[in-house]
Ligand binder design. Structure first.
Ligand code: AMP
Ligand code: ZN
Length: 115
């Protein structure tokens, strides 16, 4: 189940190249093309869910799988001192690609705290 016009669905399908760091049955992860820190990885469910607002009891297992992957990727990337996971949702949240994704930001001590 994917959206033909969605950039991240195209990346998951391999129609657009990416620097893949992790893949399993439910999750795909790749390096952000415009990194904001030494480590900046996007973790996406393979199922097209447009944003956090669209998570429901039918599809939420994909989100759990994303966070299982985040823990594995953080270990593989050596982020043992910590990192930040960010989700931007919708226009006011600054979301630019409408396929649910979690940013893993790390590799340095992060300073700019939003909350
Ligand atoms: P957001 O603003 O939360 O929707 O995040 C979208 C992210 O996707 C941004 O950080 C972009 O740099 C990143 N991005 C856009 N196009 C690509 C691409 N082709 N490959 C990797 N990352 C991308
Ligand atoms: Zn998509």
């Amino acid at each position: 189940m994917h959206d033909n016009d969605c950039l991240f669905c195209k990346i998951i399908n391999g129609d657009i190249p990416s620097a893949k760091v992790y893949e399993d049955e439910y999750v795909f992860a790749f390096r952000d093309i415009n990194p904001q820190a030494p480590v900046h990885i996007l973790v996406v469910p393979k199922e097209h869910i447009s944003c956090a607002d669209e998570i429901n009891e039918t599809n939420s297992a994909n989100v759990a799988k994303c966070f299982e992957a985040i823990a594995k990727i953080a270990k593989a990337e050596g982020l043992d001192k910590g990192y930040r996971v960010i989700n931007n949702c919708g226009e006011y949240g600054g979301q630019t690609v409408m396929h649910l994704h979690f940013h893993i930001i790390g590799g340095t001590k992060l300073s700019e705290k939003v909350i």
